[in-house]
Design a protein around this ligand. Structure first.
Ligand code: PMP
Ligand code: GLN
Length: 391
């Protein structure tokens, strides 16, 4: 008996994300490629991960690590992470039921939001914010309460306090911050902890740039703040720390009850994350602890090289305390709005950048800022700087 083919549905299905198009990172990378521009837009290194890490992957592939790992992730990796978080932040997460390996931070964030937010719940988002946050909240049926960061991209605690209400279920924080490079201090985290103390708000702390903090400052993790750790899902990504953004492996650390809810959703949206990469990362974390400890120095040198070059252009440098992003004010060069400017810069000058408007639902129309990624070889940065000198 042959199966009959159902009649085609008319038109496209009703969109779950009617306001959403293709992400700015994909758009600008495609434009950079089509124009032959130097791509300082989308955030990824143009150099390879450490050869020792690549060797560890090969060992894992040939070592019989090719079937499903445990749902929460390879135990050796969770144990290595538990030790690492303890040594950095003085808090021990139980690897058995408080650490989960994810398919990058993007999946961790969406899963965390789906696990915590019920339809109609409010979620506080500090803007500008990473572009996946608002669609993830929408998919969960939540309502984003956007609170602008202050003029220096720091937290505005009075505005956060005013946004907190009986329907607030969760809050998203990102430090070091994409796109601004602003880093929260331990005191900022403590103040947030005090603000949330009387609530049952869950904090989702996006710390993917945790090891890119400069000028001797220390990353203040939600895991290190006693008033926050018990209510937080702390998210990070191996892609940033180990120069392997394409691997899409990340992690979430959270207390037992929160982790249990997280895993209920995780097991049905990815179930498990690819096995050989997890074994390789576990081995590398143990054998090369210096890799993440050296990262601030490595990227600080790139930041300083890039900033020194930009200082002799007509672009005005904004502060960069962390991340691998440098923002500039271009108002001395052009009056174009941010998206148009970045498109013009890519086509006409040959350097791709990201407009800050991409991180906001209601862009500040008077601002004239763009974001460059400096996770690039020195030759790439120098070639881009040579072009930017001509502005
Ligand atoms: N959060 C922030 C702030 C990011 O910048 C990124 C990506 N660069 C992510 C999350 C997503 O990380 P991943 O590639 O591991 O999904
Ligand atoms: N997070 C990276 C950035 O901000 C890009 C990741 C992506 O392309 N989704 O540039």
């Amino acid at each position: 008996m042959s199966l009959s083919i159902p009649a085609p549905t008319r038109g496209a299905p009703r969109s779950r994300l009617p306001q959403v198009g293709t992400t700015i990172f994909t758009v600008m990378s495609a434009l950079a490629q089509s124009c032959g521009a130097i791509n300082l837009g989308q955030g990824f290194p143009d150099f390879e991960p450490d050869a020792a890490l690549l060797d560890a992957v090969t060992r894992a592939l040939h070592g019989g690590h090719n079937q499903y790992p445990p749902m929460a992730g390879v135990a050796a990796l969770r144990e290595a992470l538990s030790d690492k978080i303890d040594s950095l932040h003085g808090r021990r997460y139980d690897p058995a039921d408080e650490i989960t390996i994810t398919a990058g931070a993007t999946q961790a964030l969406l899963t965390a939001i789906l696990a915590v937010v019920h339809p109609g719940d409010e979620v506080i988002v500090l803007t500008p914010a990473y572009d996946s946050y608002l669609p993830a909240i929408e998919l969960a049926g939540g309502i984003a309460r956007c609170v602008p960061l202050d003029a220096d991209f720091g937290p505005d605690f009075a505005a956060i306090a005013a946004a907190l209400g009986p329907r607030t279920r969760a809050m998203l924080v990102n430090s070091p911050h994409n796109p601004s490079g602003r880093v929260w201090s331990a005191q900022d985290m403590h103040r947030l902890g005090q603000l949330l103390a009387a609530t049952d708000v869950v904090l989702i702390s996006d710390e993917v740039y945790e090891h890119m903090v400069y000028d001797g400052a220390r990353h203040a993790s939600a895991a290190a703040e006693p008033l926050l750790a018990g209510r937080s899902l702390v998210v990070s990504s191996f892609g940033k720390t180990y120069h392997a953004t394409g691997w899409k492996v990340g992690m979430v650390a959270a207390p037992r009850e929160l982790s249990a809810e997280f895993r209920k959703v995780h097991q049905f949206n990815v179930f498990t994350v690819n096995t050989p990469m997890q074994w390789a990362l576990a081995a590398y974390l143990r054998e090369h602890p210096e890799a993440h400890l050296d990262l601030p120095r490595f990227y600080e040198a790139k930041r300083d090289r890039f900033r020194a070059g930009l200082a002799s252009t007509r672009l005005r440098l904004l502060p960069c305390e962390g991340t691998y992003f440098q923002c500039v004010d271009y108002s001395a060069v052009s009056d174009l709005p941010e998206a148009e400017f970045c498109s013009w810069l890519t086509r006409e000058v040959g350097v791709a950048a990201i407009p800050l408007t991409a991180f906001e639902p209601q862009p500040r129309l008077t601002r004239r800022s763009a974001r460059f990624c400096f996770a690039k070889r020195d030759e790439t940065l120098d070639a881009a700087l040579e072009r930017l000198q001509r502005l």
